[in-house]
Design a protein around this ligand. Sequence first.
Ligand code: XIL
Length: 333
Amino acid sequence: HPLDVAAKAAGKLWFGTAADIPGTGEAQDPYWAAEFNSTDFGEATPANIMKFVFTEPEPNVFNYTGAEQFLSFVEGTGKLVRCHNLIWQSELPTWITNPTVNWTNATLTAALRNHVTNLVEYFGDRCYSWDVVNEAFSDNPAGAYASNVWFDTIGPAYVVEAFDAATQAVKAKNLAVKLYYNDYNIEYLGNKSYAAQNLVTELKGRGIQIDGVGLESHFIAGETPDKASQMANMQAFINLGVDVAITELDVRLNLPPNATTEAQQVLDYYNSVAACVAVGDGCIGVTVWDFDDEYSWVPGTFPGQGYADLFLSNGPNEPLTRKAAYDGCLQAL
Ligand code: XIL
């Protein structure tokens, strides 16, 4: 069975992938496009084009041209869309990071809320879900709020403000879109996961909508939490009354791969997908952060590492080869 067909048979909503459209131009690669349009994938996440720098390049000037290109490629294929993301510390326009007027708590909060409101209302239920806040917590020390323009100006309230603005937009437009918190290193129990759990509890306590937590799952072969650890962590979130989803799965390794590291990668993919299946309905689906090494973000971000995805090719516009990691995912479904 193709991956998404198998995932649906296993009770998941999808097996999906990120896509950098228009971005890398992968949609123009016929082999990439054919695989993207196959029944391996029932969900798509825009890797970049809905982020702040693209959607609000100037204050209160919204540009949805690229996002519409992404959606026109995806809509009509039956795929659901995880819209990504509203508030993050990266890929921000300079008017946010280098304002000509210094931000105050009040002015930056207003800009944040305006951005969230506009995007949630504009895209409406074309989004299955929104990653409302992305990567708010630090690794050092784990679970502290990360220092960035939002936190440094507004404090931890920026996360509450973002979810509150999204909640108000959902109510105003009577939307079904689900609101997620999304982060990495929250795929296993530890201080960063506990911080995300506390956030869920706080938002619910305030009567603010939060439906799910995205477990990014950018893993390293041999350093991936095992199936039981991932299940225990997923269950901790589910017990708080939210869904979880694996949102950005890839398993990178030191280049070049060898038989040992590739076998480890297969096991790491298997364990991650198997945890989502075994934990039950609370884990709604698995999304990989692109499926083709050709277009993976890994080599550009982690020099010396790569081979992180389910397929490889000899270059752009060359046929794709399924890797053993693909079979690892399929076996788990
Ligand atoms: C990455 C994209 O894949 C890159 O193309 C871009 O240059 C940087 O962002 N966590 C996230 C994603 O939530 O938005 C990031 O995507 C990868 C890490």
